[in-house]
Ligand binder design. Structure first.
Ligand code: SAM
Length: 229
């Protein structure tokens, strides 16, 4: 998350990272020393107990961590993270059915606390998907030689599946019409998109050349992208 944040905001001033494992903190600090100019504080601590003394931040994130926390501790943790959020809270989990369920619970909890959902959902209605379907996205990640060796893998990439919710103190400035929630199915002069819509429904929509500008927009969209209003 720290690396991704610096990609987006190279002039990031300050980051506070909380990590329970001393070994992981040591590795993170060593990697970051060379790569970062931002002020970074690495704190030892358990996020379910040790968040009280922290100052609020514009962006608070919790990525790939809920899976490692006892389910009974999650509501209180989300309350604490939201309390620390001046603007946006981003929670990311592995893109599995269980990860989706955890994100749905976080989403419900944050909506009840008055948060505005920024993404991925273009609405705050209950999720329209039902098992065995589940909401998730995917990014192709390059594997280094070391990465391949560690995983005993052949191909030089892997598809990382993830699910997330971004919630804010403020409503979205440009709320999208819909979100693409599956890989687009393109054809000659057409594209079929699975869309989560602003009205809280889910739909497969076919866009063809007859749709003019809308088709031009639709055929450029990828899984996870927002369809603008
Ligand atoms: C899968 S890693 C994800 C790390 C990082 N957020 C990222 O996206 O790369 C999960 C990390 O959470 C840490 N962790 C698990 N439970 C924790 C807790 N209660 N308090 C603080 N850190 C915790 C683990 O030590 C581990 O390093």
């Amino acid at each position: 998350v720290l690396w991704a944040a610096l990609d987006l905001w190279p002039d990031l001033e300050q980051a506070v990272l909380i990590e329970a494992s001393a070994a992981v903190r040591r590795i993170g600090e060593a990697l970051a020393t060379e790569a970062m100019t931002a002020r970074i504080a690495w704190l030892a601590g358990d996020v379910t107990i040790d968040l009280a003394g922290l100052k609020p931040a514009e962006l608070v994130t919790c990525a790939y961590v809920l899976d490692e926390i006892a389910p009974a501790s999650l509501p209180k943790l989300i309350d604490r993270l939201w309390h620390l959020t001046d603007d946006t809270l981003l929670v990311v989990e592995p893109g599995t059915p269980a990860g989706w369920q955890r994100i749905l619970a976080v989403r419900r909890h944050l909506i009840e606390a008055g948060a505005h959902v920024l993404a991925p959902c273009p609405h705050e209605a209950p999720c329209p998907l039902a098992a065995p379907d589940w909401c998730h996205f995917s990014r192709r990640v390059a594997r280094s030689r070391l990465h391949r060796l560690a995983k005993d893998a052949d191909v030089p990439w892997e598809d990382e599946k993830f699910i997330y919710v971004a919630a804010s103190r403020h409503p979205a400035v440009h709320p999208p019409q819909a979100r693409v929630i599956a890989p687009p199915k393109p054809g000659s002069g057409k594209v079929l998109l699975k869309l989560c819509e602003k009205d809280g429904s889910v739909d497969e929509k076919l866009f063809t050349k007859r749709d003019g500008e809308m088709f031009k927009t639709a055929r450029r969209l990828d899984w996870g992208d927002a369809l603008p209003e």
